[in-house]
Design a protein around this ligand. Sequence first.
Ligand code: FE2
Length: 268
Amino acid sequence: MSLELALLSSHAPSLLYEDKVPDFQLSIVDAFHQQRAKIKALKPDVLVLISSHFLTNWNHYVDATPFHKGFLTAREHPDMIANIPFDYPGDEELANDLAEAGKQAGIPVVSFNEPTYIWDYGTLVPLRYYIPDGDIPVIDLSCNMSASLEETYRWGQQIGKVLRASKKRTVFASSGALSHHLTRGRSNMPTISEKALDDRFIQLLVEGNYVTAWEMLPQFSVAADVESGGRHVAALLGVLGQDEFHASYLGYAQSSGSGNPHFFFELK
Ligand SMILES: [Fe+2]
């Protein structure tokens, strides 16, 4: 057993610089600190992260690049997220194992080794909190928008199998919002209906009722426009399985109409 911890986090652009986070998102900064403390105490060998901003077609991608290094200027916010350096080791061997496990399950998963690949901010924002010193290897995964939620859930199950079987101590992280019907105005909350759906989904996770959360996800994703169509959540639920992990709910904040909960999931 070497899948030791799972995480759900958000990545609003306003979180990039901790000293500039608006008051209504400070609960998320506190949640990130709790997640960082867990990672620091665990000292994992690798962290695998699926980002709802690494959106691909046809294939699920696994970044097997041995060193992730570059500068990110985000297409969505080139003024707010500009020229942000990143420098993290990767894990080519485990990345290739993940891709192979996907293929063996009949899922189109492709690994790539491309040093010029520039990360998205859904990957980088959480990592700046999780691993501020860049001293833990990272494997980033895409959300494949051609894949159904069911296929993405099965891909998550395969990821979970590989991480559990690994001799390395691993952490899995999912980066993205729940409700994500974006509106202009950073402090805007989700609508009452979207917030009610977020609350119910969060409650299911808190109760450890991952099976019912998975049953809820398809309709929830459509009704509340869940980020990435819910794929980063489907992968997380696939990794978690049914009853192995205990959830700790760390906080929630809005960002431009989206709903952003943070969790960690520890082995019981
Ligand atoms: Fe996002």
